[in-house]
Design a protein around this ligand. Structure first.
Ligand SMILES: NC(=O)c1ccc[n+]([C@@H]2O[C@H](COP(=O)([O-])OP(=O)(O)OC[C@H]3O[C@@H](n4cnc5c(N)ncnc54)[C@H](O)[C@@H]3O)[C@@H](O)[C@H]2O)c1
Length: 386
């Protein structure tokens, strides 16, 4: 197959980032042939480079100028655009979250099921970071034994008021459907369930507009429980400086601790649960050996994930982040907010219909008056490394 012709829908922060590495030839067998934005002033540079430009997505989808699209618009539009792209026979790479809420995510997944010959991927580039790949390999090899506790303090997502006022859709129920959980740390929720599987129970404690003039959550502590009774706490915020990023996974055979530049494995000489059951003395405990696990940072994870998507289209290479798997992180984000509003723990799977109805009530009851002050996101790429 010749080079896959790709179009990008939505030329904001991330759309322009995708265009940059595609035009620089960083993804083999892939050609950026079309871009689309409802903000036409963002298109002139691309037209000058010979890329077809469109001011509405339907025209790009019908243009026959592309084999695949990257959907990089605000979340709510991912689903309608994805469904239209599948109907037109196009492969789809959808930005995270795959949808603004679970019921919508299920609609997109159902549409893809009608077109099994088309590739459907989600832009979950954190999965390509070697530190998470190493943790996943250790878990899959059973090196940690039975998992008993998971804690992720993930508060290094600081955003200023200027970020939120930069566009109308951000941090509103109507335009985004959620806050820090659905946008910034959705990547971490994806990795959390990719590493450990879906929790069985969730109770979020979400503060809405705690640090910013917004109506959605920007400060969150959530309690999680997995089917084997492993417990977890997930903490996130866009209000803390410097913030922290520390993931602890505790198993019977050892503990993994990931900090920004450091991954340690505290390996128990024997299974601690077995030791506890069989020890003859009350205060002894197993020996622990601490090992540093070195890792590199992925140099260009978005481009690498796009390469996988292109390879999947051309050669059938398995997708590293199938679009369907994007449901789980949306569900977690939704469940944390919904359980917080209801002041009770929720058993998963979440009812997508129930949260959609609650979201509609939140939208109808919104009193937020947002004054938009556009800013140029010159420092956007600094938001990637997690
Ligand atoms: N994977 C990542 O690292 C990453 C990083 C940032 C953003 N994102 C995701 O990408 C999406 C966009 O975020 P952003 O920060 O680039 O937003 P943004 O506001 O900077 O850009 C969105 C762009 O989409 C355009 N647009 C809106 N509706 C459209 C339509 N129907 N057709 C064509 N263009 C349309 C707007 O004009 C705007 O230029 C979000 O879902 C976000 O969660 C992912």
């Amino acid at each position: 197959m010749a080079a896959v012709r790709v179009g990008i829908i939505g030329m904001g922060n991330i759309g322009r980032h995708h265009a940059g590495y595609l035009l620089a030839g960083k993804v083999a067998h892939c050609q950026l042939t079309a871009v689309c934005s409802t903000s036409p002033h963002k298109l002139a540079d691309y037209a000058a480079q010979g890329v077809n430009v469109f001011d509405n997505a339907e025209a790009l989808i019908r243009s026959r100028a592309v084999d695949a699209v990257i959907i990089a618009t605000p979340h709510y539009q991912h689903v309608a655009l994805g469904i239209a792209a599948f109907a037109a026979g196009l492969h789809v790479m959808v930005e995270k979250p795959i949808a603004a809420h679970k019921a919508d995510a299920e609609r997109l997944i159902a549409a893809h099921r009608q077109h099994p010959g088309l590739q459907f991927a989600g832009m979950f580039q954190l999965r390509l970071e070697p530190r998470y790949a190493k943790i996943r390999a250790l878990l899959q090899q059973g090196e940690l034994g039975e998992i008993v506790r998971v804690n992720w303090i993930n508060t290094d997502w600081f955003r200023s008021e200027a970020y939120y006022t930069s566009s109308a859709w951000r941090a509103t129920w109507k335009g985004e459907g959620g806050g820090v959980l659905l946008n910034q740390c959705l990547h971490n929720l994806d990795v959390l369930q990719w590493l450990l599987g879906p929790p069985a129970r969730v109770q979020g404690f979400c503060q809405l507009g705690r640090f910013h003039h917004i109506e959605v959550e920007d400060h969150v502590t959530a309690y999680l429980e997995w089917p084997n009774r492993a417990t977890g706490v997930f903490v996130s915020s866009t209000g803390e400086v410097p913030g922290a990023n520390r993931l602890e996974i505790v198993g019977a055979r050892g503990t993994l601790i990931l900090e920004p530049e450091r991954l340690r494995f505290l390996h128990n000489a024997v299974d601690m649960l077995e030791f506890s059951r069989t020890a003859k003395t009350g205060f002894s405990k197993p020996e622990t050996v601490v090992t540093e696990i070195p890792f590199d940072n992925a140099p260009a994870p978005h481009a690498a994930l796009m390469q996988n998507f292109i390879n999947a289209i051309r050669t059938g290479e398995p997708l590293l982040a199938p679009g369907e798997e994007g449901l789980a992180s949306v569900e977690l984000a939704n469940a944390m907010v919904y359980s917080s509003l209801r002041h009770e723990a929720l058993t998963l799977p979440l009812s997508g219909a129930a949260w959609e109805a609650e979201l509609q009530r939140l939208i109808a009851g919104s009193k937020l008056e947002k004054k938009v002050v556009p800013t140029e996101a010159t420092d956007f790429a600094s938001s990637f490394r997690r």
